[in-house]
Design a protein around this ligand. Structure first.
Ligand code: ADP
Length: 249
């Protein structure tokens, strides 16, 4: 296996909201082809960290680096075009379009921008091929012509991930991808995330700890805006501070 390659990092990241410190001194290294979990109790600062990394929020302190470029002062749309994409950012799934049409629409918006443009006819075949490749990779081929509205809840989430992957992100941020799912869908989405992460980094906020244990290579535990522990799941779950603060045991 090749040496770890850090694709997204934060150093001394902090955010104050009118005097209240929501995030403080957070250091993160997200590596290519790894799944990194960000966990912690409600109010720990996970959403704020995601908003800082995508530049939806401007940090009060610290530095963020994406693929060796300092993005601390970069605008969110530019960050997305550089390869850091959060799942819901472009995951406009159109219920009355088919799975394939949804993926094709996403592929026509390569920068994830609101700007619409028409591709030349010559590239439409390539668009079909790329759409089918994505659909196959995500196990949706048998649903290709189904309307998005008719998919199960779990498969809708997978379609959202597919539309996000149309941008070919280098770092994919997933916000509670398993939320509200039954066990069968959880297993399916977990397998898909694992597959997706073979070619990119994944950073995910997830409350389902058995999923974190199962698929995440690295876990960062936040509490009151600061890093409480990190390591693999076995390490953090054995940490007495984590057990007290988070798992309540
Ligand atoms: P988590 O996602 O881990 O539940 P958040 O990042 O949503 O935590 O919130 C962290 C803390 O920051 C909470 O105490 C929350 O109330 C506070 N917070 C988040 N956003 C804002 C905001 N826009 N203004 C003021 N306080 C905020």
């Amino acid at each position: 296996q090749s040496a770890p390659r850090v694709v997204l990092s934060a150093r001394g990241l902090g955010k104050d909201f009118s005097g209240f410190t929501a995030v403080n001194d957070v250091n993160l290294d997200v590596e290519h082809a790894r799944i990194h979990a960000l966990i912690g109790p409600n109010g720990a600062g996970k959403t704020t960290v995601f908003n800082l990394l995508t530049k939806f929020l401007q940090p009060t302190r610290g530095q963020i680096t994406l693929l060796d470029t300092d993005i601390t002062n970069t605008k969110p749309d530019r960050v997305a075009r550089m390869g850091l994409v959060r799942s819901f950012q472009i995951s406009a799934v159109f219920p009355h379009l088919s799975v394939r049409e949804n993926v094709k629409v996403a592929l026509q918006r390569p920068a994830g921008l609101a700007t619409q443009f028409w591709l030349p006819l010559s590239s439409l075949d390539r668009l079909d091929a790329r759409a089918d490749e994505l659909i196959n990779n995500l196990g949706l081929s048998q649903y290709r012509d189904h309307r998005a509205a008719d998919l199960s809840y779990g498969r809708k989430r997978v379609l959202e991930i597919a539309t996000t992957l149309a941008l070919d992100p280098k770092v994919l941020l997933l916000d509670e991808p398993m939320a509200g799912m039954g066990q069968e869908d959880v297993q399916m989405v977990a397998d898909i995330i694992r597959n997706v992460a073979t070619e990119r980094a994944v950073l995910m906020v997830e409350h389902n700890l058995s999923v974190v244990a199962d698929i995440c290579d690295h876990v960062t535990v936040l509490q009151r805006g600061e890093i409480l522990a990190e390591g693999d799941y076995a390490q953090v779950s054995a940490d007495p501070r984590v057990r007290t603060a988070y798992m309540g045991t």
